[in-house]
Write a protein that binds this ligand. Structure first.
Ligand SMILES: [Zn+2]
Length: 195
């Protein structure tokens, strides 16, 4: 698991791996992004990476394995996650727009408080994932296994769960507007607290 090394500027944020500074205090954040992307692309397995607050645009993360990584408050625009394996990866308060997860294997992830827009999750294993307090807009989950995930207190708008396994998935206190569950096993999901 990643270790938080505080930013040398004393702001309390986590420093980026390979730097002594956070994304806010980096002299040139774009250079930090390039350095982290190159670091990722040069290895199949990425462990214990700290990359909070960075902005990734049109980055292809496909086929890499991520363990115990920290992307808190990072943003991802038009990024591709095909065939990725992720375990214990934190995307809390992150921002995703126009991204795609296909044939991915995701376990024990957190998207708590994140904003996920126009992003597709398809043909993926995505079990025990926390979407608590997130905002999801124009998202589609297709042919995926969401077993034991939690959408507690999540705003889900104009999004679709098509032919997904939602066994033990909790939607308690979620707010849903124009959400469909076509061919998904809603009988096995949890929508309200049992008295
Ligand atoms: Zn800082």
């Amino acid at each position: 698991m990643f270790t938080i090394i505080p930013c040398a500027a004393g702001c309390g944020r986590a420093a980026i791996t390979g730097s002594q500074l956070c994304a806010i205090h980096a002299v040139n954040p774009a250079t930090e992004v390039s350095r982290v992307v190159e670091w990722i692309q040069n290895r199949k397995t990425i462990k214990d990476l700290n990359a909070p607050g960075l902005h990734f645009e049109q980055v292809d993360f496909s086929n890499h394995h991520f363990y115990g990584c920290n992307f808190k408050g990072a943003s991802f625009s038009s990024c591709t996650f095909t065939g990725v394996f992720m375990q214990m990866v934190f995307f809390d308060l992150a921002d995703f727009v126009d991204c795609t997860f296909t044939n991915s294997d995701l376990n024990f992830l957190s998207f708590a408080g994140s904003r996920i827009r126009n992003t597709a999750f398809q043909m993926s294993e995505m079990t025990t994932i926390n979407y608590g307090g997130a905002l999801m807009l124009d998202c589609t989950f297709t042919n995926s296994n969401l077993y034991n995930s939690r959408f507690i207190d999540t705003d889900i708008h104009c999004s679709h769960f098509i032919d997904c396994n939602i066994t033990r998935v909790s939607f308690i206190k979620s707010r849903q507007v124009e959400v469909s569950f076509e061919q998904s096993n809603t009988g096995e999901a949890i929508f309200t607290l049992v008295e």
